[in-house]
Design a protein around this ligand. Sequence first.
Ligand code: PEP
Ligand code: MN
Length: 340
Amino acid sequence: MIVILSPQASKSDIDEVTANLKERGYGVHVSQGVEKTIVGVIGAHDDEKLLVAEQLSSLAYVERVVPILKPFKVVSHEFHPDKTIVKVNGVDIGGQKVIVMAGPCSVESEEQTIEVARAVKAAGASILRGGAFKPSTSPYSFHGLGEDALKMLAAARELTGMPIITEVMDTRDVELVCKYADILQIGTRNMANYSLLTEVGNARKPVMLKRGMASTIEEWLQAAEYIANQGNYDIILCERGIRTFETYTRNTFDVSAIPTVLGLSHLPIIADPSHGTGRHALVPPVAKAAVAAGADGLMIEVHPQPEKALKDGAQSLTPNNFDQMMKDISAVARAVGRYI
Ligand code: PEP
Ligand code: MN
């Protein structure tokens, strides 16, 4: 349920209505927009909503009380009509600029990480990606260099000034990853790991939540709600493709999820055409489609020698191909009123 206050509502009106709601045992989330203040109410049962709505509507400074019927509330558009901009060390995700996160699938060595970091920065990327803890369908494939990789990412940040994003797979590693990372990535296989979502919700770091490979948009937004419910609203969503009957591509990139999410939620959304397609030749065209559809950013895998990559070589761009893609995307961004 949301309580929309009239533009004249004062600070003491806001305090009064929030105290009233807290007394009833509800969670309260105040969102101060440019024109209006919206008070989000969590935990009201359906059978109470009508009565509470009637009672609150009697207050002079309450404009309207609207029930939210969606299964996600805090991350919904109704709760927070202004778009959320996630700020990461001087980089704004969700604003006019399309933010590009790029780097290797896995951190393999300090040289490789620094080489890619310098190349993607020169091409216009704002954030460095790199896996230290790698989820893998096969127990026999590379699982990442762990803390050593986190140190290599930190060294690359030191040299280039780029913030770093890396995946955390386990609640036991959240503290360690927070020591190094600027953004915590939750991978597709963990989208529905509710204890991990709660843990990163308690961490005071932005979180990028990838869509589960077999999850609906509604399930994905409910997963984001788990993070937000802990008080961490710095959430970025990432469409990375879903499982379909198609086997030519690694996943089926769901471009329609981008405008859908932008309509349902105030959170920024970025696109990962690398995992979305699994084929390097398909990455630039799908990246263009994502930007045209309104994506706030991209996550792209880049490797200096994809043919030697320990993981995801087939979908990795070379630094040259990445540079070309950035140029092509810049024209698309301009066409939709954004820039790179
Ligand atoms: C990754 O970003 O390297 C990764 C493992 O992604 P996903 O969770 O989307 O498979
Ligand atoms: Mn990968």
